[in-house]
Design a protein around this ligand. Structure first.
Ligand code: ADP
Ligand code: ADP
Length: 220
């Protein structure tokens, strides 16, 4: 589904060069639930951003469904990202002055889905994460776990094949973290391919496969 070959990522600022990823080779198969672990600064977010087509590698090939990503134009890439990939972040990234249901509808705005079906899809996504009773609430009226469930609903509202989660339980206590893991596991059981960055061994143990990074390199 996503395949990375000889990926290298160098960040260049005026005087400093950082080798963030070094010769990464990785194949994420359809239906897999993969976790990524490693110390702070080892390249986890960079790797996730490259898999999510948010950032391009300095060297190497990214393929999505067998097609090299470099062969797409920017506009096609944005479209592909919107159709195929859902993102979940540690800090939720909700818009505070939009209601829960309006937050969840956001990805559909980019697809010009009409108002009525947009609401229906958003409500269905909120139902899947168990938040049907909070749709008119605003983010600041929700607990951390509820905010993350809104963020998950937003990530899945367009039925993406791939979910990329950057420490989705990082800001939550272990009970709420477990709840979020249960939701992700349910989505995986329903066929979603999931790649999750985590610092929590017990979360990683619940996935199919663990990739360890150290200083930009895969640890085998
Ligand atoms: P992690 O997610 O594992 O904490 P990151 O992928 O965020 O690691 O960062 C990997 C390395 O790349 C770090 O050394 C970090 O300082 C560097 N880095 C990340 N983003 C940038 C950037 N935009 N510009 C320069 N260096 C960056
Ligand atoms: P960090 O945790 O290191 O601050 P984030 O996880 O917030 O990083 O963001 C990682 C990357 O994803 C950034 O390049 C950011 O611009 C991008 N990003 C943030 N929010 C969204 C979103 N809702 N949809 C798509 N991309 C996003």
């Amino acid at each position: 589904m996503i395949s990375l070959t000889n990926i290298e990522k160098v960040y260049r600022t005026s005087s400093i060069e950082t080798l963030a990823l070094n010769n990464i080779n990785l194949n994420i198969r359809k239906g897999e639930f993969v976790s990524i672990m490693g110390p702070s600064g080892c390249g986890k977010s960079t790797l996730l951003n490259i898999m999510g087509l948010l950032d391009a590698p300095s060297k190497g090939t990214v393929e999505l469904d067998g097609q090299p990503v470099a062969s797409y134009r920017d506009k096609e890439l944005a479209h592909l990202r919107n159709q195929k990939i859902g993102f979940i972040f540690q800090s939720f990234h909700l818009i505070n002055d939009l209601s829960v249901v309006d937050n969840v509808e956001i990805p559909l705005l980019y697809r010009s889905t009409n108002g009525k079906p947009r609401q229906t899809y958003a409500r269905e996504a909120l139902e899947k994460v168990g938040l049907s009773n909070r749709i008119k609430h605003f983010p600041k009226q929700l607990s951390g776990g509820q905010k993350q469930r809104v963020a998950i609903a937003r990530a899945i509202v367009g039925n993406p094949e791939i979910i990329l989660a950057d420490e989705p339980t990082g800001n939550l206590d272990s009970a709420m973290g477990n709840e979020i893991m249960n939701i992700l596991q349910g989505l995986n059981d329903d066929g979603a391919t999931i790649v999750m960055v985590t610092h929590d061994e017990s979360m990683a143990k619940r996935t199919h496969r663990l990739i360890r990074l150290f200083d930009g390199t895969q640890v085998l």
